[in-house]
Design a protein around this ligand. Structure first.
Ligand code: SAM
Length: 220
């Protein structure tokens, strides 16, 4: 199936609210477990979460690494408003976590992060090179990088089957977004090419579920 792009930003308040209220516990836990398995001895100090959305993973990393400062960035104010609301309810994290509006690529976003994490942003980008170039610019040498995203199934039929398997009970808006995201996602071979083209060919790409790929490595 050819890639069918979807809009980059999730800036519609209804869409952001539906996304924030959905249960992504399985994928979010998978993301955290992958980070633990890929970087068992890494002690993050400055973490950047690219395309943080409502901030669930950002805040989970802040809780998990009490010596870290964590910044979540997103281009969509509707998502950031939800993320800031969630942070406000967790007083112990307020000194160490922040959510800021940046639409990638953004030279105003200053570099210097030893840990870069990103879940479910890549498939939104019309130019996927933007993510890999920004990761290289923003990370310090040796920085740990974990990017997870959906991969595009072979057909719309397979995409529909995944929606049925994983979101049968979800509201219509979420089922539609999930289907559109599967159709917009990049395939494993496309991601490998993107990495080669941006000097990150040493990163590893792996299928980690029936719909997710994970890319990880350390910056040179
Ligand atoms: C599917 S959500 C994922 C949110 C979060 N990472 C998670 O795992 O729940 C993708 C997010 O990427 C944001 N986004 C898309 N394109 C972006 C860009 N060019 N710069 C910054 N954020 C972007 C969207 O606004 C949206 O909040």
């Amino acid at each position: 199936m050819q890639r069918i792009p979807e809009p980059e930003l999730m800036d519609d308040a209804t869409q952001a609210k539906a996304y924030a209220e959905a249960d992504f516990g399985e994928a979010n836990t998978l993301f955290q477990n992958l980070f633990r398995d890929y970087f068992p001895s890494h002690r993050p100090r400055r973490i950047l979460d690219l395309g943080c959305g409502p901030g669930d993973i950002t805040l989970a990393f802040a809780r998990r690494f009490p010596d870290s400062q964590v910044i979540g960035i997103d281009g969509a104010e509707a998502m950031l408003a939800i993320a800031r609301h969630r942070l406000a309810a967790q007083p112990l994290l307020r000194q160490r976590a922040q959510f800021r509006r940046h639409r990638l690529p953004d030279p105003a976003l200053a570099p210097g992060y030893d840990t870069l994490i990103c879940n479910s942003l890549l498939h939104h980008l019309a130019d996927p090179g933007v993510l890999w170039q920004e990761i290289q610019r923003l990370g310090t040498p040796g920085a740990a990088v974990l990017v997870m995203d959906l991969f595009r199934p072979a057909s719309k039929r397979q995409a529909l089957a995944l929606v049925e398997r994983h979101a049968a009970e979800a509201p219509a808006v979420l089922r539609r977004d999930f289907f559109n995201s599967l159709c917009a996602a990049y395939r494993e071979d496309e991601i490998r090419r993107q990495l080669e083209e941006t000097g990150l060919g040493h990163f590893r790409v792996a299928r980690v579920s029936d719909r997710h790929l994970a890319v990880h490595g350390r910056l040179n």
